[in-house]
Ligand binder design. Structure first.
Ligand SMILES: [Zn+2]
Length: 128
């Protein structure tokens, strides 16, 4: 009789939740990869039609374009790694568990940031 009152904290996320997370992550990964490819293509430094006889102004434009896409590519690469990591955790059945402290990550946090593999506290510590 007493047992029924005891609340057992479920460690497992519902399979429906996991399924939608997985779908989102796979989708996101594809999008990121595509954007990354486009960015790399749009980098003026990789432009095949690039001439070496640019005016100074054109040179500057290229520099800015190159820097801009480089920053974006770096950001995307980071996200791709993080999404892959989250997907691996889904596969291992460890999704939603903080990889640093082993506690459950808030489902609220997960729904905002599905690729999170750290709980809020550990993330803060990492960033500080
Ligand atoms: Zn943690």
């Amino acid at each position: 009789m007493k047992e029924s009152k005891q609340k057992i904290k479920s460690v497992k996320l519902s399979s429906r939740f996991l399924e939608s997370v997985k779908r989102f992550l796979v989708d996101e990964l594809l999008k990121m990869k595509r954007t990354k490819k486009d960015l790399e293509k749009s980098d003026p430094f990789t432009d095949e039609n690039r001439t070496l006889e640019n005016s100074e102004e054109e040179d500057l434009d290229e520099q800015i374009g190159h820097f801009d896409s480089e920053v974006k590519v770096r950001f995307l690469s980071k996200r791709i790694v993080q999404i892959r990591k989250a997907l691996t955790r889904v596969k291992l059945g460890k999704y939603g568990i903080c990889e640093s402290c082993g506690k459950m990550i808030d489902t609220e946090r997960l729904s905002i940031n599905p690729e999170a593999t750290n709980c809020v506290e550990c993330q803060k510590e990492k960033e500080s």
